[in-house]
Design a protein around this ligand. Sequence first.
Ligand code: GDD
Ligand code: MN
Length: 398
Amino acid sequence: MTSSNPSPAPAFLPTPSGSYVVPESLPTGGIEFSLVLPTFKEAQNIQPALRAVCDTLSQVEGLRYEVIVVDDNSPDGTADLALSLSAEMPAIRVIRRTQESGLATAVIRGWQAARGEILAVMDADLQHPPEVLGQLVQAIRNGADLAIGSRHVEEGGVSDWSILRRIVSRTAQMIGLVLLPDVVGRVSDPMSGYFLLKRRTIAGKPLNPTGYKILIEVLGRGTIRSIDEVGYVFRERQEGSSKISTRIYLQYLQHLLRLRFDLLAQSPFVRFCVVGATGYLVDMLLLYWLSDPRSLGFGLTRSKIASAEAAIVNNFLWNDAWTFAPLVGAARSLRSKFRRFLKFNAICTLGLALSVVLLNIQFNWFGLNRYLANTVAIVITMLWNYTFNKRLGWRTTS
Ligand code: GDD
Ligand code: MN
């Protein structure tokens, strides 16, 4: 990996899990804006693209910028061409990756070395018109966390794409909408490869994209509150060729599925339900042991109270260490843990009262099987427990 910059780019490699982390900030040298141009075999485009980009950026009022080319060791000498231009235009930096490849990870690699508070990406093949950069910077300066060049808002479009390519593009977007409605549905052009964002929206968060769709990764894992979109027309390629392939489409699907799974696994409600399932086992086994006529045969209410209390202890330990870990933060002392346990217990005891009432109504009035009745009681009680524990039990400790 080489860099034209005197201060060498820190060697930010992917973590063992394969994800990349953009640091909170690097020494800025007064830089406000860092634009990454990912390249693979763009020898004919890179110099005109860099000139056009620097031209536009130097016209944006008061903007101190850098342009970072991240090249995956293109055999046509793209990196050297960029490097030779950097003698004339010191805002240009070049990173050459030799061990890794792929558009989305190249972009993150560039952001890892970036010094600006505003991070950006655009293609290096002149298909993204640089003239829109000014408006995009303005959108961020006006307060947007994310400013996207969009083909699907007013003033946007795709020049002369074939019907087939339009259908493929829209289908990809539809699949994304079905799998990740809260992510893909937030913007009109989630497939865009042309956007700006504030560093803090993604700093410190592990990013793990594959293929082309870096924007979806940012929307899925970043903390993005406000979004602005600026229309642009996707130009025809004049030189070189697109690197899109069937493999890239498959990577897109893989990316969507990974993101879907990760976001579910991180959701506190899903975690609460998983913990609840272990509590359910504890509760059921104990209830059987204590109350079943073939076992100890104690009264149902007494047995239920004991089995539920055991489940409460089980659930507290898992929820404190896992489900609500982000809310616990630094409050890890035994004392604060015990306080949380008391609160959890109080909320769950109310839940337990609810549960006992529900169980008895079903069992005694409607003659339902005790285990079915207990299941219904547990599900309803869990919704109660989640809502109030999240609001009162853990939220207040953070
Ligand atoms: N470093 C690196 N590594 N760069 C790559 C790689 C790679 O493996 N593959 C492609 N690039 C670079 C290209 O050199 C170009 O600068 C840019 O990424 C876009 O690649 P194209 O192959 O030209 O993509 P496209 O034109 O079909 O689609 C682009 O524009 C769409 C509309 O914004 C991409 O950005 C899409 O993601 C986007 O939807
Ligand atoms: Mn292109």
